[in-house]
Design a protein around this ligand. Structure first.
Ligand code: XUL
Length: 546
């Protein structure tokens, strides 16, 4: 007898679904709707609209709803046994906000299965588009909130993170300042995760502690809305926010629109949705100390499970709630896969050719270093994008390919030092994690084994696992986290890549050089050329010996 659980992931570029059978520990279905390709009438690029200023980045909530209908429609056409799905949870790109007017609640309570979601919901928004995590247009609001709360250390202590341009609080403040009338007409502000959950539930869904911590509005110690942070953000905001809940909370059952239209059982349980990173934490099996994950998606993230609250007072990292009820650390880099693609496309390469170039170039890149800010960067903060090249130019494909990959992992290593603990193993996820040559560079730079999985969508998988965990608890068959994740994940491990110990020191030295380059460009530090020449000589001697 199958025991099916559905995990959904509303990510930057598409909506995906994974169905897991927890009886056989198998993933039995995977579906995807890609916004640019399958819903091209919305005219998004990589799922978003980048405004002329280059820093305002929005997406379209109606598009996500059309994607949900299309996804379920495709599943039904393939005769997926929707009526046997026991529970559903979900994941969404973090921080993005959805602004609803006073017709929203009534509309989702009375959805007509003979029509579709996008037509019925069209006039329920008080803001047509939603700012998403790629937006970096709120520096002014970040500063204002920070000052009102007594400086960045206070904000970190209170909310787990410094104020960040993409976080929901600064974004809400900008909306309130620029469009006060529409702000007044806003009755509810949802995160993308709680918005999507609301549609399935037929009423406003709560925000979970994982995604809630990415707003600069939730108190990281008490897991409650913080009145000071709310007052520093916008007037009457408390009334516009849904309640907060633990990530494992069962929030209700699926609404008739979906049972009647797609054949779900009316008993299907819904579990609170969370952000893609908290879901991925579970989806790659990080439920104990010492393991970290690298996710190479639209954004590259580095995250780990945290038993006890530990904050980054340098202000670059975040602490979110983990779905286990504990905490997780996270650092987010905006120049992830889109930056790698810039280089790949610039030289008209296939991914195979890109990988071959990594294989044919020496670690250390003969002393050539790139600072890869193709887009505004989150960590380190770079608002005006520019790519810096030390020792080479933009014309050489081999050097550029190695330079971007080394730069991304060196930056990750440099900016994750605050976490303190050396990772004993890195679990890799996201589209690019299947690229062995890219991941070998990660193993070498971090000097740590890297575990690669068959499945790259750990966010949707994590959502399905969370759905299963809450379901089993509700029927008194409680399974602990390792029990529920390990039986599934051990079947999904594709390969473990081990670091090359011979280049451990080379990369340690390169990390110091990378830091000097960053310091020079971003903070006016000393010119790194002398150190670079010294490193280059070492690389050349080493390469000649080989
Ligand atoms: C995390 C972050 C991104 C988004 C999109 O803080 O901004 O990882 O969640 O994936």
């Amino acid at each position: 007898m199958k025991e099916l659980f559905l995990g959904l992931d509303c990510s930057t570029q598409g909506l995906t679904a994974i169905i897991v059978d927890f009886n056989s520990f198998q993933i039995i279905h995977e579906y995807e709707v890609n916004y640019d390709k399958d819903l091209d009438h919305y005219k998004t690029q990589n799922g978003v609209y980048i405004h002329d200023d280059g820093i305002t980045v929005h997406s379209n909530p109606i598009m996500w709803l059309e994607a949900l209908d299309l996804l379920f429609h495709n599943m039904m056409n393939d005769k997926v046994a929707m009526n046997t799905i026991l529970a559903i949870s979900g994941s969404a790109q973090q921080h993005g906000t959805v602004y609803l007017n006073d017709t929203f609640e009534k509309r989702i309570q009375n959805l007509n299965p003979n029509s579709n979601l996008s037509d019925q919901m069209l006039d329920t928004f008080s803001r047509k588009t939603s700012p998403v995590w790629m937006d970096s247009s709120t520096s002014k609001q970040c500063q204002e909130i920070r000052e009102k709360l007594g400086g960045f250390k206070e904000v970190i202590k209170l909310t787990g993170s410094n104020t960040f341009e993409r976080f929901s609080g600064p974004q809400i403040r900008k909306f309130y300042q620029h469009q006060p009338e529409q702000y007044d007409k806003t009755q509810m502000i949802h995160l993308i995760s709680s918005f999507m959950a609301s549609l399935l539930l037929g009423k406003s869904a709560p925000i979970d502690h994982g995604d809630g911590a990415g707003m600069n509005l939730m108190n990281i110690t008490t897991s409650l809305w913080d009145q000071d942070a709310i007052e520093a953000t916008a007037p009457n905001l408390r009334l516009k926010l849904p309640p907060l809940v633990k990530s494992h909370e069962i929030i209700g059952k699926i609404t008739p629109y979906f049972t009647e239209k797609y054949g779900f059982s009316s008993n299907t349980l819904l579990i609170a949705w969370s952000g893609d990173n908290p879901n991925s934490l579970i989806g790659v099996g990080l439920t104990s100390k010492g393991k970290v994950a690298i996710s190479l998606g639209t954004s590259d993230t580095y995250f780990g499970y945290m038993e006890q609250l530990y904050l980054d007072f340098k202000g670059e990292g975040h602490v979110f709630g983990a779905p286990t009820g504990d905490y997780m650390s996270l650092i987010c880099f905006k120049n992830g896969s889109l930056a790698r693609e810039e280089i790949k496309n610039q030289f008209n390469l296939t991914w195979g050719e890109f990988s071959n170039m990594l294989l044919s170039t020496p670690p250390g890149n003969s002393g050539n270093i790139m600072l890869p800010y193709f887009f505004p960067e989150i960590v380190p903060l770079v608002l005006n994008p520019k790519v810096y090249r030390f020792g080479f130019n933009e014309n050489d494909p081999e050097i550029n390919v190695r330079a971007i990959v080394e730069a991304q992992f060196l930056s990750m290593k440099l900016h994750s030092r605050w976490i303190g603990e050396k990772a004993t193993e890195i679990h890799a996820t996201g589209g690019a994690s299947t690229n062995k040559e890219i991941m070998q560079v990660a193993a070498d730079i971090f000097n740590s084994p890297v575990r690669i999985f068959e499945l790259t969508n750990s966010a949707a998988l994590g959502a399905a696992i969370r759905a299963a965990k809450s379901f089993y608890t509700s029927v008194d068959q409680d399974k602990n986290w390792p029990e529920i994740t390990e039986s599934l994940l051990k079947l999904l491990v594709k390969e473990i890549l081990y670091p090359n110990e011979n280049i451990k020191e080379l990369y340690e030295e390169m990390l110091l050089l990378y830091e000097k380059c960053e310091d020079h460009v971003l903070r006016g530090g000393e010119n790194p050329e002398f150190f670079r020449q010294r490193f280059k000589t070492k690389c050349l001697i080493r390469d000649r010996k080989l």
